[in-house]
Design a protein around this ligand. Sequence first.
Ligand SMILES: O=c1ccn([C@@H]2O[C@H](COP(=O)(O)OP(=O)(O)O[C@H]3O[C@H](CO)[C@@H](O)[C@H](O)[C@H]3O)[C@@H](O)[C@H]2O)c(=O)[nH]1
Length: 469
Amino acid sequence: MASITGDTQPHHVVLFPFMSKGHTIPILHLARLLLHRRLIVTFFTTPANRPFIFESLNDTTVTILDLPFSHNVPDIPVGIESTDKLPSMSMFYAFGNATKLMQPDFERAIQTLPRVSFIVSDGFLWWTLESASKFDIPRFVFCGMNYYSTSVIRAVDQDRLLFVPESDDELITVTRFPWIKVTRNDFESPYTESEPKGLIYEFIMNVIVAETKSYGIIVNSFYELESVFADYWNRECQPKPWSVGPLCLAEPPKARDEPYNNKPKWVHQWLDKKFDQGNSVLYIAFGSQVEISLAQLKEIAIGLEESKVNFLWVIRKSESEISDGFEERVKDRGIVVREWVDQREILMHESVQRFLSHCGWNSVLESICAGVPILAWPMMAEQPLNARMVVEEIKVGLRVETCDGSVRGFVKWEGLEKTVKELMEGEKGKEVRKKCMEVTEKAKKAMEEGGSSKCTLDLLIDDTCGKTT
Ligand SMILES: O=c1ccn([C@@H]2O[C@H](COP(=O)(O)OP(=O)(O)O[C@H]3O[C@H](CO)[C@@H](O)[C@H](O)[C@H]3O)[C@@H](O)[C@H]2O)c(=O)[nH]1
C-alpha cells in the first residue's frame, strides 16, 4: 500500500505544471502536501522557470528537472518560457502548442527516474497523457479552474445555449442549473463560435480529449464550497474528480514578526503601519497575465483617489504609467507596487480587509482563505464565470460597476468609487464579509485532519500507489 499507510518503500510522483504563475503556484502547494505524506516528488519545469520553483521549494527534498523549451517557435519571442512574460496574450495558444515540443525530452527523462506511481500534469499539457500511457503510469489532470465554471461552460456548450440570443449581453438561463443566468460575454472563443475551428479550437479539443481519457482530475477546490457542481461533474463528466483544495492552505501563513525572506519588505512594513494606525486597506491586483489599457489604469487611479480609501495596488512592470503625480498625491494612504509580492501573505495581513480582483481562481481561493471579501472585476478567460460564482453563488463579494452594465464594459472612476465604498463601508459590504468568514472556516476544515480535501488526497494516494506496489 501507499507510504501514508506505513509502507517503508516511498512512492514517487511526477508533477508538471503549465508554465504560467497561476497554474504553477497551486502545484507547488500540492508538492508540499505529497511530501507531508512521505512521497518522493519530481517537479518538471523549464530552465527559465527553475528559479521561481526553486525559491518556493528550496527547503524541501523535491527534485526539480528542467526540460529545454524550444526557442524556434514562430510568434514566440526567444527566451520566453512563461505566459506572464508574453508580450501579448494573443500568443497564449501558440505558446501552449509549443509545449508539445518538450514531449521527447520528457519521455527520455521519465525513463531515467525511479518507478513513477502517478503523474499530475496541467490540463494544458495534454500531450503528457500520451507519455504517461507509454509508460503505463496513471495521469491526473490538474485543473486550475473550479467546478462551477467548468460545469457552466460544459452545460451551455452541450445545450448550445449561447447561440440563441442576438445580443452578447442578453441573459441566458443555464437549463441544467436554472438559477444561473449568463451572457455570451461571459465566455470566450471557441465557446462563442457556432462552428469553431482554428488554433484555439484545436488546442482546447486536445486538452478536453486528453482530460477525458486521463485517470482522474485534481480540482483545486473543496467539496463544501460547490457541492452541487462537484456532484454534477462526478455524475456526468469524465474523468473522476478529486477535490483536494484550497491548496493555498498547504502551508501555514507566516507569523507577523517572521522575516519576509526576499519578498519586498517595505510593502509589509507599510501594511504593519496601516494596521498600527487602525486603518483597513483595499488590496488591488489582477493576477499575472491580465492586460489593462492605459485609459483603464488611469480611471482606476482616479477612482482610488476619489474614494479616499487606503490601498495597496500591485501592477505589472509593463504597466508602469498611471497618471501625473498620482502616487505623490495619495502617498499617505496608498502605494503602488511594481514587483512580485507574496499575495497570500498580503491577503493574510490584518490590515487588508477587501480585495479588488480579476477573479483568477487562485486569487479567489486565497481571498476566501484569508476571510477577505472580493470586489469582482473579471477581465479574461473564465474570470467572468468566477465573478458570477463569487457574487451570485457563494456571495462572498460584490461586482464592480461597468459603464454600460455589460460584463466586459469599461469601468469609469465613478463606478469604481461607488462599489469600492459599498464594499468597504456599506451594508452589502458587511453582509459579504460575514459570509466570507463562514466560508473561510469551511475551507480550513476541509484541509484539516478528517476534512474532506485531506481525506480525498489520502484516498487518491491509496488508490494509485496501492496499484503500483
Ligand atoms: O505579484 C504577484 C502576482 C500574483 N501572485 C500570485 O499569482 C497567482 C495568480 O493566479 P490567479 O489569481 O489565478 O490569476 P492568473 O495569473 O490570471 O491566472 C490564470 O490561471 C487561473 C487558474 O487557472 C485562472 O483562473 C485565471 O483566469 C487565469 O488568468 C496567485 O496565486 C497570486 O497569489 C503573487 O503571489 N504575486
